[in-house]
Design a protein around this ligand. Sequence first.
Ligand code: NAD
Ligand code: LMR
Length: 337
Amino acid sequence: MVKAVVLGASGGIGQPLSLLCKISTLIDELALFDVVNTPGVAADLSHISSKAKIEGFVAAKGDMKGETEETETAKKNALTGADVVIIPAGVPRKPGMTRDDLFNINAGIVKGLVEACAKYCPKAAILVISNPVNSTVPIAAEVLKKAGVFDPKKLFGVTTLDVVRAETFIQDISGERNTDKVVVPVIGGHSGNTIVPLFSQAKPSVDIPGDKLDALVHRVQFGGDEVVKAKDGAGSATLSMAYAGFRFAESVIKALKGEKGIVEPTFVYLPGVSGGDEIAKATGVDYFSVPCELGPSGVEKATNILGSANDNEKKLIDECIKGLKTNIESGVTFATK
Ligand code: NAD
Ligand code: LMR
């Protein structure tokens, strides 16, 4: 039996993600929590005849910070017994903003929600979508450490949308419309030039003309901006993110259930996962997204793919590390102050 929980389930990502979870054959029980509207979202989804039993839990009226006893009980009821918790709670960008501009609001939201996870489902896999991921994952780790329940194998920063974008945008060059056919590892973090697509490691390999490569890399790094601009003040990527978040969650669940050979890039705490020390030493940072082999206990092994990057990609990795250091530090400082 698998229980999944979506925190921030009434939002732009939360609703389509909850829909995908509701129709997944891998999920038996689904709990939705948000500060608003979850009873309605859950009632709506409950009319779908798929197997997952669904329930919505909402904060006390007007308790937008999730601080009252009534809200605590709602979180407790949503999270108890969870195997997988997916967190898309928090504000999205508007044109002209960076993901770091979201820190002031989202840091506190993620901290509060992960504190609840530590209390009510300390063994669950926690998938963090809320931005800025480069900082919210370190915040989550520090909260779990403080509560004495941190299992680095079970904390994942969701960077799958970058992988999905790389797989999609490369089709313009390969002319191949079946995304299952080209796998592109994307490593580093999740914002601007901390996102490093390794097109040299695409499988099967794709011949990318030299004059197209820089634009392709840039498009993957700044794909989020494209959507923010097109939505013109109405938020950022939601539908493609729901797809990506669900794709990653399904991989985690399949691996927890014992399926072998599942590898996904994800932003992890390197010192806590097998193979991570070597990557931490090479990069000088404690958090990095690399392809990780998933298994029944979460991340079984982080793959050090950095060595296979070509010279151009190595320069991108150097840039990425500079940005990541600051982002990680902000998260750790916030959670430990
Ligand atoms: P949204 O505003 O549409 O939805 C956010 C939801 O979070 C709302 O329903 C809100 O009520 C809820 N919420 C706020 N505080 C909460 C709390 N304390 N507890 C529970 N729920 C709470 O935003 P969105 O478009 O769904 O984006 C959500 C987040 O995901 C943003 O931070 C965005 O930047 C991020 N995002 C990440 C990626 C990624 O690749 N990791 C991709 C897209 C968006
Ligand atoms: C994305 O990559 O689409 C998300 O991180 C949302 C954003 O702010 O761009």
